[in-house]
Design a protein around this ligand. Sequence first.
Ligand code: A2P
Length: 267
Amino acid sequence: MKTTDVFKLANGVSIPSIGFGTWQIPSGDMAYNSVREALKAGYRHIDTAQAYGNEASVGQAIRDSGIDRSEIFVTSKLPAEIKSYDKAVRRAAFTMKQIGLDYIDLYLIHAPWPWTEIGADYTKENIEVWKAMEEFYESGKTRSIGISNFNVNDINAILENSRIRPMVNQIKLHIGHPQAEITEHCRKNNILVEGYSPLATGKILNNSNIAAIAKKYGKSVAQLSIRYVLEKGALPLPKSTHPEYIRQNIDVDFKITADDISNLDTL
Ligand code: A2P
């Protein structure tokens, strides 16, 4: 697979196979310049969220890039703590206002529970919020909809209670955290898995076992880690604020052997 390749979502929409993650990039110059840099480097897929507080800077960078809007895939997310239909409708409208684009390409429920109550059961509320997501999709303001941080039970509750099925589940996915059960469940249900924190937010960059394997391919640990997510059939969302890293992280057009994938799976 080449980095210029796309995945196809269940509704036929194409999504560029690597996205630029913007979690923890502060709004203002930092987010603006990073997104401009990513677009210059060749990324055509930018991932933000209302909770990141940088939707406005991300939108501005996209508008100023001079790249045709239709060539860029833009994702944002409904904040995790929004668990009613009415609030979801209002917050989706707020995303559109902040980001300043006529439409976005993907809108996700950020998590099945508020971040202050990880693991709490919000099944009933998520089903209600999903109705707002379906209507947002039908309004044409977003070209696809999905979920994030949903486990198998959370996914099933939506599948059993939806008119429009989620097209994406964005989860934390990196070497040492392969999320096999959720990934397999999504594959069976034609839900594309996106992997955030493919570098474990930087924690695996100094791992000597990973470094030894990366060296064989003449690649950095970051590149091997991003490629690993692709080899798992998932879409990586690496984040960086440094131009040289931004460029490096999209230069992952190589194959990891099945043996090395097995080795990496054991780490
Ligand atoms: P920075 O943002 O300072 O450029 P993840 O994508 O898993 O969330 O990891 C992001 C972290 O990894 C950030 O701290 C980022 O640094 C760092 N990082 C991103 N790409 C590289 C790279 N190619 N080499 C080294 N560190 C990187």
